[in-house]
Design a protein around this ligand. Structure first.
Ligand code: UD1
Ligand code: UDP
Length: 355
């Protein structure tokens, strides 16, 4: 079996680490990795390849445009040429980024079967670029690897029973990653930052809907400034958000640090008092480590977390952020919930493709 994998953004490196490891266990399986270049800073890209022993990409497209159309178009052109040369059995893509969409468009034009990991997720907000990317990718895919029952149901609701494709419930590769790498974790980030377990809030912000609107971003920042009086707030900040905080001249009173690698991040999550985030991945990682999560968005693809009272959707509303935090500080985390599989999603995906 020959697979071409297209990745380009931080969470995709983490997911690809899991499935690449599973491919390596299969005899006569060859994986060729294309890195689109969507994320390019050392701490947004290289660090994951080094820490997680992800095979070095065979192709590095180095595309980092800011306009989505231009970015996607250049990626499609680069990937198309490679697919013509490599003639793989499958093209493998993850999640919902512009790199995912580009891979899917290029492969579909060449009739290369597409395998989509994290299929079926929906926010039902068509203004999110990710929603467009995942809907198109799902529709073009032959194998749809769904992390949750909700994802399967979303596809059924869209009529996928009548579409020629294969839908699989696999569990979530991010659970595989968290379980596997946390066992190997020797991060000393708590010492470096001089913070104690259960004594800080951990926050990340990067979604366009929050960063590109001064009203939303300043409301989140005000809430974090307030929370920082109660527990230290630690924010490993995406470069996009750094740029907007400076541009809007917002005053921050909490600890902003550079983006960290996966080991440091797992350590920060595992020891946090609570998580506040607009990240998709972090919402689940909070759950894996039994931490409550305040989601700084108006909707989530991971609805089972909200339904099970582990996660609250508060948008960018300062008052709601503060109220939800105080509510969770007084709550006990629900135990024994298994929402994302058994930590073997990567093996299952690799085995299905190898059939
Ligand atoms: C992208 C994905 C989003 C995912 C996120 C993971 C899309 C549409 N969005 O959003 O689904 O949650 O990755 O983090 O694909 N930048 C740098 N250095 C970098 C990377 C980005 O400075 O290494 C800055 C650039 O100014 C860039 C901006 O961040 O224009 C936004 O990057 P982009 O990849 O377009 O979007 P993300 O917000 O990272
Ligand atoms: N992450 C990381 N370092 C950071 C911020 C995030 O390693 O400084 C990890 C995080 O633990 C999760 C993944 O990156 O595994 C999520 O990426 P991101 O929030 O950028 O994207 P999303 O999941 O929202 O698509």
């Amino acid at each position: 079996m020959k697979v071409v994998t297209v990745i380009g953004a931080r969470p995709q490196f983490i997911k690809a680490a899991v499935v690449s490891r599973a491919f390596q266990q299969i005899k006569d399986c060859k994986e060729i990795i294309i890195h689109t270049g969507q994320h390019y800073d050392a701490n947004m890209s290289d660090i994951f390849f080094e820490e997680m022993s992800i095979p070095k990409p065979t192709y590095q497209l180095n595309i980092h445009e800011s306009l989505h159309g231009a970015m996607t178009a250049k990626m499609v052109m680069g990937i198309e040429t490679i697919l013509i040369d490599e003639k793989p059995d499958f093209l493998l893509v993850y999640g919902d980024t512009n790199s995912t969409l580009a891979g899917s468009i290029a492969a579909s034009k060449l009739h290369v079967p597409i395998a989509h990991v994290e299929a079926g997720l929906r926010s039902f907000n068509m203004k999110m670029p990710e929603e467009v990317n995942r809907i198109v990718t799902d529709r073009l895919s032959k194998h749809l690897f769904c992390p949750t029952e909700t994802a399967i149901q979303n596809l059924k609701n869209e009529g996928y029973d009548n579409i020629d494709c294969n839908i699989h419930l696999t569990g979530d590769v991010m659970l595989d990653a968290a379980l596997y790498y946390q066992k190997k974790n020797n991060s000393t980030i708590l010492k470096t930052l001089n913070i104690a377990p259960n004594n800080y809030f951990l926050c990340t912000i990067h979604r366009a809907e929050n960063t590109n609107e001064i009203g939303r971003l300043s409301s989140i920042i005000n809430a974090l400034n307030e929370l920082n009086k109660q527990y230290k707030v630690i924010v490993p900040l995406h470069p996009r958000t750094v740029k907007y905080i400076a541009e809007y001249n917002l005053k921050t009173e909490f600890a902003i640090i550079d983006p960290v690698g996966y080991f440091d991040m797992l350590q920060l999550i595992a020891n946090a008092r609570m998580i506040l985030t607009d990240s998709g991945g972090l919402q689940k990682e909070a759950f894996f480590f039994h931490k409550f999560c305040i989601t700084l968005r108006d909707e989530t693809e991971w609805v089972e977390l909200v339904q099970n009272d582990c996660n609250k959707l508060v948008g960018a509303n300062e008052e709601k952020i503060l109220l939800a935090t105080q509510y969770f500080l007084k709550s006990n985390f629900p135990q024994h919930l298994s929402l994302y599989g058994n930590g073997r999603a990567g093996d299952k995906i690799a085995a299905i493709l190898n059939q």
